[in-house]
Design a protein around this ligand. Structure first.
Ligand SMILES: Nc1nc2c(c(=O)[nH]1)N[C@H]1C(S)=C(S)[C@@H](COP(=O)(O)O)O[C@H]1N2
Ligand SMILES: [Mo]
Length: 457
């Protein structure tokens, strides 16, 4: 975990104050209690010295043989955090260096590995589960699928069931509902964040992703709409709040509760999936087993993993993940921050290492992928001369709104030396990649053309 910088600490405190001043509440913790907790933790008077992403260690379980045995949830219904020996604490699957770059509690997918030859050649439109990026606020929990229940409650359901007397679905119940399968990208809102600094010389906080905070998969499960209807959603429902069973997220010594983010009913009833399979296999622990949300087109945080409860309310709901985090703050945004972020932006990436060396005077076939949360990709243009001239890339996939589009283009660097490659996509709604992304302090939604340096030798 990188050390917290002073500006990050100050920023974190500011955001927490704004959050406390707002209507947001933590699960089951009213604002007075929270203020007491904060005072007790010394946060209000003197900020705690803890890191921005201090891990919650209270739930760590003793190592189990092999680390793969399901651990029964404790009586409190908390899942156990599983131990790992790999490069990223809290992630269970192997993270070979040729496929992943460790980033704090997360693992970034390497785009150059999508064109690897040592391991069976290019990766298809969907990313194999073992190569899919992982974004964890805390640690991957091991949840016993047999005793797992999805619990729905709240004022937006008929009869307004309470959290202690919820409407319940077991995994078998979900399997008995009509199965539905979709392709969808899951992309972190902060994907590309490092280029705010690397390319635009701006200071932003958060995981320093290059472009690999994204993956594409085939997801199978049941429509959230089907479950909400069976649970008795009422016409007065406005917000739906799925909550994860991973450990509470601790920021600056204060627990912000379970990872959770409200969805408007309109999206929840539209195309959101409660997925139990990824690429034809049961979900693996790191990607949300036994059940996760998949919210097509929206930033990754909407796709809550290890979902345990869903509150359905007849009034707007708040959590730090739609008040403090995942909004745009900064001089170019409204004073209280933008509206909560939803749709992802347009991006492009080369399936090539940054700084790759290619033979001069020879023809090379460059490959890449482009995507947008809003629509199918329409065109991709590539520049190999620092952005002076642009050439249409050949699209290798039928562009679809629910997936990225692979492309390629030939390039022959005549002279040895450094070159800058650029790829710029435009989607069918006309969204295109600008030269500069609009700054926001948390570095979300980087959509600018990324400069990709290579050398011809
Ligand atoms: N319960 C829970 N759900 C979560 C998260 C988390 O930490 N806890 N991370 C979110 C974020 S920020 C992203 S980008 C995606 C990442 O999904 P993946 O790890 O399967 O790639 O999961 C989302 N769902
Ligand atoms: Mo994310």
């Amino acid at each position: 975990m990188p050390a917290e910088t002073p500006s990050e600490a100050a920023y974190d405190r500011l955001r927490r104050r704004q959050w406390l001043a707002g209507e947001a509440r933590a699960d089951g913790v009213d604002r007075r209690t929270l203020l007491r907790m904060l005072a007790a933790a010394g946060v209000l008077a003197a900020p705690a010295a803890g890191g921005l992403l201090a891990p919650a260690d209270a739930l760590a379980a003793p190592p189990s043989a092999g680390g793969a045995e399901p651990v029964a949830p404790s009586s409190a219904g908390l899942a156990a955090a599983a131990p790992t020996a790999g490069p990223v604490p809290g992630i269970l699957k192997p993270l070979p260096a040729e496929w992943f770059v460790p980033r704090g509690t997360n693992a970034e997918m390497r785009f150059d590995a999508l064109r690897g030859s040592a391991d069976g050649g290019p990766v298809g439109r969907h990313v194999p589960v073992e190569r899919f990026f992982v974004r964890n606020h805390t640690s991957t929990p091991l949840i016993d699928a047999g005793s797992w229940r999805l619990r729905l409650f709240g004022s937006g359901l008929r009869g307004a069931p309470t959290a202690d007397r919820p409407v319940e679905f077991s995994l078998d119940d979900l399997h008995d509902l009509p199965a539905h399968s979709i392709s969808a990208l899951v992309e972190c809102a902060g994907n590309g964040r490092s280029f705010y600094t690397g390319q635009q010389h701006q200071t932003v906080t958060g995981t320093q992703w290059t472009l690999g905070g994204i993956g594409s998969a085939r997801w199978c499960g049941v429509r959230l709409a089907d479950v909400l209807r069976r649970a008795g959603i009422s016409r007065r429902a406005v917000d739906v709040l799925p909550s994860g069973l991973d450990a509470e997220f601790v920021s600056g010594g204060v627990s912000l509760g379970r990872v959770r983010r409200p969805l408007p009913v309109a999206k929840a009833l539209d195309d959101v999936l409660l997925a139990y399979e990824m690429n034809g296999e049961p979900l693996t622990p790191d990607h949300g087993a036994p059940v996760r949300l998949v919210v097509p087109g929206w930033i990754g945080i909407a796709s809550i993993k290890w979902v345990g409860t869903v509150e359905v309310a007849d009034h707007p709901l708040y959590s730090p993940w739609n008040t403090d985090f995942y909004r745009l703050f900064g001089p170019d945004h409204p004073a209280g921050g933008s509206a909560p972020l939803t749709t992802q932006v347009v991006k492009s990436a080369f399936e090539l290492a940054r700084g790759a060396v290619l033979a001069a005077g020879r023809r090379h076939r460059l490959y890449g992928r482009s995507w947008s949360g809003a629509a199918a990709v329409r065109t991709v243009e590539v520049s190999t001369d620092g952005g002076l001239r642009w050439h249409r890339a050949e699209l290798l996939d039928e562009p679809r709104a629910d997936n990225w589009t692979r492309w390629s283009i030939d390039w022959r660097p005549e002279r040895p030396g450094p070159y800058e490659l650029r790829a710029r996509a435009t989607d069918r709604r006309g969204n295109t990649q600008p030269e500069v992304a609009v700054f926001n302090r948390e570095g979300y939604l980087f959509d600018a053309v990324v400069v990709h340096p290579v050398t011809a030798a």
